[in-house]
Design a protein around this ligand. Structure first.
Ligand code: ATP
Ligand code: MG
Length: 443
């Protein structure tokens, strides 16, 4: 296995790596070359948490999509016929995009491009930023070969965002929003030439050509950013927030609300069993200080789809049941609070922590996030095995594991004493390097 394939496997969740293998097999069967591209490569090489698994195919990926949907239980979430790209959802929940390698020609700045099929090299050269223009071959004869025609790896190391060409931001001005989003996310600098390209594009007011559809796609992407408030602040400072709504400024920015939500999201321990749909919550906080008229103006202008809107407007009603369960006197044990919150949708949990006026509800959620979840993460299979005497392969082990967790949360089962650390071997011969009593005294 090449180093990069090995790196891929160790950076990805097993479900993501399974998707890579499935797509690779489907492409091989269809006789097409396929490459892992875009964000996945940037995140893997930059050492960031890997989110998307996107693929680029030399040729029309329709055949691959057909094979995947026919027998692998994959569903199509969206399709872009102009760019020949599909957004797919795998049964494991992994969402992935598969698109045709292409070259886009823009007759004038911000015009609709003419798209034609291309090689992977040509495709990468036409992408937005060098750090996003790296691909990995998944094909039999060149598997694991890195393709990096614009030296994205160098820019990842230098922590710089650089456009792939001199007209990148002119051709498709939505890229200025993408640029600021990546800057806020990664904390990278903008290269000097890219900064002057940006200033020229702003001078020509090309940002006004960004379509409402593109703006809404960006807004959706903001919801999943680690720090959306920072991005909103940046957009405001750059005078770009007015593209979304002329009235979101000053107190209406609700930076305090974004900060509060961020702090709550950061309470969720890494690796814990907690899933939240960010969009509804983000839209809620974004529009919290707007008047009903301003809100409906934003919704209409951006063409926010009904389902996304519902995720925001129904959050309050949807969380009511959870709120009344959480304030109930019956929930008098840690294990009951834990079980209630473990199965609740994460966005409702965060919404209540953000908004509920009930002190008890707030306290129970905070305890769940900052004490119960981290405590459960520390429990090892070995510990459960020692307690119940079953091996993890035993069919009854999963139930025992649950019993153990609940017992530990309620203090019925005590945390085992740490294994004694073996005494270090004495030096083979000669004098002692350090007096043991002195070492103890300095501790
Ligand atoms: P994220 O982690 O936010 O998903 P990403 O880099 O994967 O980041 P996507 O929006 O998923 O971003 O797009 C996938 C890839 O497609 C990008 O990495 C980039 O190479 C390319 N791309 C997307 N939008 C554009 C654009 N407007 N112009 C040029 N290239 C683009
Ligand atoms: Mg992506």
């Amino acid at each position: 296995m090449s180093d990069y394939m090995f790196m891929l496997e160790s950076h990805m969740r097993p479900q993501q790596f399974a998707v890579v293998q499935q797509v690779q097999a489907a492409a091989e069967a269809a006789g097409l070359n396929v490459f892992l591209s875009g964000g996945a490569m940037r995140d893997m090489l930059g050492g960031f948490p890997l989110q998307d698994v996107d693929f680029t195919v030399e040729g029309n990926p329709a055949k691959i999509v057909k094979a995947l949907t026919a027998k692998d239980g994959v569903t199509v979430l969206s399709e872009n016929p102009l760019r020949k790209s599909w957004e797919l959802k795998f049964p494991s929940g992994v969402v992935s995009e598969i698109g045709m390698a292409q070259e886009a020609h823009y007759a004038k700045p911000a015009s609709k491009p003419v798209v034609k099929p291309a090689t992977i090299h040509e495709d990468l050269r036409g992408r937005d930023f060098t750090i996003n223009a790296i691909a990995l071959s998944l094909n039999r004869t060149s598997r694991g070969l890195l393709i990096d025609p614009t030296n994205g790896q160098g820019d990842l190391e230098a922590r710089e965002i650089r456009t792939t060409g001199n007209y990148t931001l002119y051709d498709d001005p939505v890229r200025i929003l993408r640029m600021l989003r990546f800057k806020a996310r990664l904390g990278f600098e903008i290269s000097a030439r890219t900064q002057s390209q940006y200033e020229n594009v702003r001078e020509a007011k090309l940002e006004e050509k960004i379509t409402p559809e593109q703006l809404y796609r960006e807004l959706r992407a903001m919801a999943d950013e680690p720090n959306p408030g920072l991005l909103i602040e940046t957009l405001e400072r750059e005078g770009l927030l007015t593209l979304f709504s002329p009235t979101i400024n000053g107190a209406k920015l609700n930076l305090a609300g974004h900060e509060k939500l961020l702090r709550l999201r950061q309470m969720v321990p890494f690796g814990a069993e907690f899933h939240s749909e960010n969009l509804g919550l983000f839209l809620f906080v974004l529009t919290e200080n707007l008047t009903p008229k301003e809100k409906s103006g934003l919704v209409k202008f951006l063409g926010i789809p009904k389902a996304d809107l519902n995720a925001m407007t129904k959050l309050d009603a949807a969380s009511k049941k959870l709120e009344s369960t959480l304030k109930s006197a019956k929930l008098n044990k840690a294990s009951l609070v834990y079980q209630t919150l473990l199965t609740a949708p994460g966005e409702q949990v965060l919404y209540l922590a953000y908004k509920s006026g009930q002190r008890l509800v707030q306290d129970r959620i905070k305890k769940h996030l900052t004490q119960y979840l981290p405590g459960v993460l520390e429990i090892t299979e070995q510990e459960v095995s020692n307690w119940c005497g079953l091996s993890p392969d035993d069919a009854k082990f999963a139930q025992k594991h649950k019993d153990y967790i609940l017992g530990r949360l309620d203090g019925r089962i005590r945390k085992p004493a740490p294994e004694p650390i073996p005494e270090p071997e004495p030096p083979p011969s000669g004098r002692m390097l350090r007096q043991p009593s002195a070492a103890r005294a300095t501790r």
